[in-house]
Write a protein that binds this ligand. Structure first.
Ligand code: PAF
Length: 300
């Protein structure tokens, strides 16, 4: 496994990779969710490139940039064990040298949900991912469902800007009690960690109501809220049930696929989680077809 830190070194090492290249972009603090993306990339490509970069432009001033967990030696050991070919670990000055002034804004699908609660976040994500796509020259890039709106933003950007790669979305990986894997889970105290699976139980309640025939978005949203409010440590930021293709709220009760998503603070830690309904859509192909897929563009 080769580890490079500069743009010229990355370009040279990338050019030496043979065949199809799968890309997994990360901010480090790797966990089983990242490794599942690496495994998928390994299975579907000839070589795997992973990037580790805690991107400052996607954090608001009050967010956790300075204390975001970082452990590069551990991350590299995990990637080596996962047979990754090439790892890019730039410092911020490499990605944003003096004079840097270009941004990528994906206007519609970035609004609402996370975009509403984290203004500027998706501009930071889209800009850094566009740069990483240009640098990596990969054939496929893999993102996790947990950041569903991020995945939709990136797919939309890749299509709109004609990036010649496939963006693939893989299902959320969970702990045995249902908590979605996240680098931020390390912030939770033991008591908060015990409370955190309430997000998953709330999604399950919506899934069960849907399976029993409920289609009204506001009723499904209420199912989620009913479970979340049983947990005294849960401070709800938002719960949304929207059209999975457009991420727009819908009051109609047709059979369109739905995205149930939420952000909940447990103590100081902000957790997000989501699922598609019907449940059968929470697969690589279901997620990849729907989130930010062509179906989300009404005029196509
Ligand atoms: O999901 C993440 O880890 C980050 O948002 C990403 C895609 C690596 C961009 O910094």
């Amino acid at each position: 496994m080769q580890v490079v830190e500069t743009v010229p070194a990355l370009r040279a090492a990338r050019a030496a990779l043979d065949g199809r290249v799968g890309l997994v972009t990360t901010m480090g603090a790797l966990h089983a969710g990242h490794l599942a993306l690496v495994e998928q990339a390994r299975a579907e490509n000839d070589a795997v490139l992973v990037t580790i970069f805690v991107n400052p432009t996607q954090f608001a001033p009050h967010e956790d940039l300075s204390k975001y967990p970082r452990d590069l030696p551990r991350d590299l050991a995990m990637l080596e064990a996962a047979s990754v070919d090439l790892v890019f670990t730039p410092v911020p000055q490499v990605m944003y040298p003096p004079g840097f002034q270009t941004v990528v804004e994906v206007t519609e699908i970035s609004q609402g949900l996370e975009g509403e609660h984290r203004p500027g976040h998706f501009q930071g994500v889209a800009t850094v991912v566009a740069k990483l796509f240009n640098l990596a020259q990969a054939d496929r890039a893999y993102f996790g469902q947990k950041d569903a709106q991020q995945a939709a933003v990136i797919r939309t950007m890749a299509r709109d800007l004609n990036f010649p790669l496939e963006v693939i979305i893989c299902p959320t990986v969970r702990e045995s009690d249902g908590l979605a894997m996240s680098s931020r889970n390390v912030y939770l105290t033991p008591e908060q960690r015990r409370a955190a699976p309430v997000l998953y139980r709330a999604l399950q309640a919506a899934g069960k109501a849907y399976a029993d025939g409920e289609r009204r978005p506001d009723s499904l949203q209420q199912c989620v809220l009913d479970v979340l409010t049983t947990e005294p440590l849960a401070q709800i930021e938002y719960v949304s049930v929207c059209d999975a293709r457009t991420l727009q709220n819908s009051t109609t009760t047709g059979d369109m696929p739905l995205l149930v998503s939420m952000a909940v603070k447990i103590g100081l830690t902000r957790l997000i989680d989501n699922c598609l309904l019907p449940n059968e859509l929470n697969t690589r192909d279901g997620l990849t077809d729907l989130l930010g897929g062509v179906a989300s563009i009404p005029h196509i």
